[in-house]
Design a protein around this ligand. Structure first.
Ligand SMILES: [Zn+2]
Length: 366
């Protein structure tokens, strides 16, 4: 038996499928093998997916294990480097992508974020322990360097990578239209993904309207406005009425967490526009929608509705570049996404609380 496999460390875990099973488990603390690095975890972000896993709606433990260590948004530092790894040195700040490939053609071609078979593993979500522990061993291929100036907010790179992929995909698809010059964008939802989308599209020079249910002013609406976008509460102004007073919407990013705005977004999308859907809705909701009108509008307007999930390593790298740029454009603004910092893995029970106005909770492991 390898001496390095005998050390254990605590990890915040669930029994997948069982509500109220959040607990601390022990997992091995390993040394990195060839091509691997060990990452000392600093910060782990908590998102809606984590809360769904905690509530038993989602998630799968590694094979032959009862517990799944949660956490897929991470900032850490390299603390050991395996044989053959030259790209990383101890002390360097890093994050890592979430999804690991199965053998499908997309994964085999280096695009696990486009997995066809859906038999992938995801850190802290499906079949693989996550980052809410002290250290993880990771294949260096999935590790992304983070500059030291992002040490307080680098944990946001994973959620930012999700909108980086969304916008990158939209731009790729829109190459279909020679004259497409996006000017006006709408972001639906003002959680971490919606806010990151707002900053991303503003930093690309688009006029942005961010709409979420709760009328402002509140922290999220202040962040939107500080980035030079307009915030609208849809409890006060319906999406259709809002769109009627706006220029044509070239791009809509849907990140509300609900399926209902998806269909309104199809109706209000401008001609030749693209709607990117990011809300992984877990329920079984049924809705009555104006099907003919929506279909007619999509057809006549050559509109694209694009589903998008996870993100590629290049989206993490774009996230690092853009977060650095946003800090120059709007110093401190992205840091306002982090509304709560919990100290140490021992504070894990507070993950379950959702204080009013909470945008992003981060567990500071060390
Ligand atoms: Zn695959």
């Amino acid at each position: 038996m390898s001496p390095t496999a005998t050390a254990v460390q605590p990890g915040v875990a669930v029994h997948p499928g069982q509500p109220n099973s959040l607990h601390v488990t022990e997992i091995p603390r390993q040394a990195p093998g060839p091509g691997e690095v060990r990452i000392r975890i600093r910060h782990v972000g908590v998102c809606g997916t984590d809360r769904e896993i905690i509530h038993g709606g989602f998630g799968a433990a590694p094979e032959d294990e009862a517990s799944l260590v949660i956490g897929h948004e991470m900032l850490g530092e390299i603390d050991a480097v395996g044989a053959g790894v030259v790209a990383f040195t101890p002390g360097q700040l890093v994050t890592a992508t979430v999804r690991r490939p199965d053998g499908c053609p997309a994964c085999a071609a280096g695009q696990p974020d486009m997995c066809q078979w859906l038999r992938y593993a995801e850190r802290g979500i499906v079949g693989m322990h996550g980052f809410m522990t002290e250290a993880v061993v990771e294949d260096a291929r999935w590790v992304v360097p983070v500059p030291p100036e992002l040490s307080d907010i680098g944990v946001l790179i994973e959620p930012i990578s999700v909108v980086e992929k969304a916008v990158r995909q939209a731009m790729l698809v829109q190459k279909r239209i020679a004259a497409w010059q996006p000017k006006t964008a709408m972001v639906l939802g003002a959680g971490p993904i919606g806010l990151a989308g707002t900053l991303l599209l503003r930093s690309r020079g688009m006029d942005v309207v961010t709409a979420a249910r709760r009328p402002g002013p509140h922290l999220a609406s202040e962040i939107v406005e500080a980035a030079g976008a307009r915030y609208v509460g849809t409890d006060e102004t319906a999406l259709q009425a809002l769109a009627a007073e706006l220029p044509p919407l070239d791009l809509i990013v849907e990140a509300t967490g609900s399926s209902e705005p998806v269909f309104a977004a199809m109706e209000i999308l401008g001609n030749n526009g693209v709607l990117v859907l990011l809300s992984g809705t877990g329920g079984n909701r049924e809705l009555t929608v104006p099907a003919d009108a929506i279909n007619r509008s999509l057809i006549r307007g050559n509109k694209v509705v694009l589903g998008c999930v996870n993100s590629a390593k290049e989206d993490f790298e774009l996230g690092v570049t853009d977060l650095t740029r946003w800090e120059q454009m709007w110093p401190g603004l992205a840091g306002r996404f982090i509304t709560r910092r919990l100290s140490g893995l021992g504070a894990y029970e507070q993950i379950l609380e959702t204080p009013a106005g909470d945008i992003k909770t981060v567990v500071e492991v060390r």
